[in-house]
Design a binder for this molecule. Structure first.
Ligand code: R5P
Length: 310
């Protein structure tokens, strides 16, 4: 695109936005967000966006509603300031978990947010590892859906002896992702049938696959309260796994997550920096700014992004 490329950030993950801008050799654009006494937000770009190709980086991390509203207001303000094109870069799209009507009288919030982003004026969306890929279809504007699989595969390949390892899907929703990772690493696959008891508690119903004596590599889209993770680790060790490592795209780590991980026999838990990284003796951060920067550069130049999806 023959327009200036401009990168801005909301409040949710400025270090990632900064790293993306740096990888592109650009300064992070100047903007300010303020909260009024009545709790209303106020956002303002502090430089011209006129005819710019504008990318606004905002992960939907807690406080999710504030970050969502800030993103909507930034998109709206960018359109109002005559940006030529506005891309919402949402490294972690938390509401992707609300993707179906699986109970009466509930909202498919992921679709609602897709509608809101489009109403605000987003021309495109760039995101990574949606909880379920069909959320993509809630948008009428183009969505580029990046994958953290290459980063996670490379991480496991350097941290673990893959000779005697098995990739584990900790629930049905992760089966496709885990299967793809297993193919990439040329490893067998195991699968856990998980039942969610509450928002923070899960129960393992069944483990399918051979894990005895093996190094188990759990791969998940996100680790929120770490309930799924610690239950999966227990089930794998009970089934005779030698050791367990885990990796997820989104390390949200809320509520009891850090304590649960500290007390779990899991060897190491890796997550990318789509959410601001947390620190802990077993936690590892996998940077994804170079992938986002490459995608933004290609989108800006009108080049294919598809090789970054796999
Ligand atoms: C669930 O369907 C997802 O794939 C993750 O396993 C889940 O979001 C993790 O949540 P938590 O860490 O709270 O168990």
């Amino acid at each position: 695109m023959d327009r200036p490329l401009l990168i801005f950030s909301g409040q949710s993950n400025k270090p990632l936005a900064q790293a993306i801008a740096e990888a592109l050799g650009l300064p992070l654009g100047k903007s300010a967000t303020q909260r009024f006494a009545n709790d209303n937000l106020f956002v303002r770009f502090e430089e011209s966006l006129r005819e710019g190709d504008v990318f606004i980086v905002q992960s939907l991390t807690p406080p999710v509603q504030d970050h969502l509203m800030e993103l909507l207001m930034m998109v709206d303000a960018a359109k109002g300031a005559s940006a030529a094109r506005v891309t919402a870069v949402i490294p972690y799209f938390s509401y992707a978990r609300s993707d179906k009507k699986d109970a009466p009288r509930i909202s498919i919030a992921a679709r609602l947010i897709a509608d809101l982003l489009q109403t605000a004026g987003a021309d495109r969306v760039l995101t990574m590892t949606l909880h379920s890929p069909q959320v993509h279809g809630f948008f009428k504007v183009p969505v580029d859906h990046l994958s953290a699989e290459p980063v996670i595969a490379n991480h496991f390949a350097t941290r673990v002896d893959l000779e005697n390892a098995v990739v584990v899907a900790p629930d049905a929703g992760d089966l496709k992702r885990a299967s793809s990772l297993a193919r990439r690493l040329r490893l067998p696959l195991a699968f856990i049938d998980k039942e969610r008891v509450s928002d923070t508690e899960v129960r393992v119903r069944m483990l399918v696959g051979e894990v005895k004596g093996k190094t188990a590599l759990i791969v998940d889209d996100e680790i929120s309260t770490a309930g799924s993770l610690v239950e999966a680790v227990e089930a794998l060790l009970q089934a005779g796994a030698k050791e367990v490592y885990a990796a997820a795209t989104h390390g949200v780590y809320v509520g009891p997550a850090l304590e649960r991980i500290a007390q779990s026999p899991v060897k190491e838990v890796a997550a990318t920096d789509t959410c601001p990284p947390k620190v802990g003796p077993k936690l590892k951060t996998l940077p994804v700014a170079p992938i986002f920067a490459e995608a933004i550069w290609r989108i800006h130049r009108g080049e294919s992004v598809s090789s970054l999806f796999t």
